[in-house]
Design a protein around this ligand. Structure first.
Ligand code: PRT
Ligand code: MG
Length: 215
């Protein structure tokens, strides 16, 4: 049995076409079903539905053989013991710093002001501002980061941006572009040795599907 860990939401939606191109069809819709283990057209392949941030954990400890997760999640939570053979080029976005449109970020940085930054990505934010030489107080949030500058909780946020519509709707502007993000295939290293043939076959199929989708 090969177990693939996925999270609901955009990664799942973007993964289905790749899986299909790789010859794997998920037989249930996780948004409709309450099941957390989904069957596929292949009797020896199943899909686990877990929280996005839990995907690396499942794969690290062997609860799943493979997983698909954002580079953001891997950087924030660490990727020890994970083999990362492939950038799947899906769920693309960037991780950015944003502030209220009326906040003069450039001056604050120039003056060496201490900034309060709210984010779900504390490790990524800490590293980014340390490299830049900006002193920050980090506030960990688990969602709706956009609210933090609006309520005075923070001067800035570090969050994912794709279309920019969420920032715009909340009168926030992007002032730094930290890095590009996409989803990665991650593999448990022990599983790769034990089930080499089946896992290699899946990696190769994903690789071909990615090439087909990004000519
Ligand atoms: O698990 P949870 O419910 O907290 O988050 P989720 O539902 O967003 O998770 P899921 O499973 O959909 O996948 C999240 C992963 O998708 C992230 O780890 C990224 O790798 C990837 N991804 C790509 C994104 C976005 N684009 C994205 N735009 N994850 C989140 N967003 C959010 C962003 O945080 C912001 O609130 O969308 C909003 C901005 O979108 P725009 O289009 O308005 O700019
Ligand atoms: Mg979600």
């Amino acid at each position: 049995m090969i177990t693939l860990a996925l999270s609901k939401g955009r990664i799942f939606d973007d993964t289905l076409p790749l899986l299909k191109a790789a010859g794997i069809e998920v037989l249930e819709d996780p948004e409709k079903s309450r099941k957390l283990i989904l069957t596929t057209n292949l009797p020896d392949v199943r899909v686990l539905v877990v929280r996005a941030t839990d995907v690396p954990t499942y794969v690290q400890y062997g609860g799943a053989d493979l997983g698909i997760t954002g580079k953001d999640t891997l950087l924030e939570h660490g990727s020890e013991g994970l083999y990362q053979p492939l950038d799947l080029q899906i769920a693309k976005c960037r991780i950015s710093v944003a502030v209220r449109a009326d906040f003069d970020y450039a001056s604050a940085v120039k003056q060496g002001s201490r900034l309060t930054v709210a984010t779900k990505y504390v490790a990524i934010a800490r590293e980014f501002f340390a490299t830049k030489g900006v002193h920050v107080d980090l506030i960990k949030l688990y969602g709706s980061m956009e609210l933090a500058p609006l309520t005075g909780l923070a001067d800035a946020i570090v969050d994912l941006v794709s279309t920019g519509n969420t920032l715009k709707a909340n009168h926030l502007v992007e002032v730094e572009h930290i890095m590009e993000i996409s989803s990665r295939l991650v593999v448990n290293q022990a599983a790769l040795k034990l089930k080499q043939e089946s896992i290699r076959r899946i990696i190769d199929a994903f690789s071909a599907a990615v090439k087909l989708a990004n000519p």
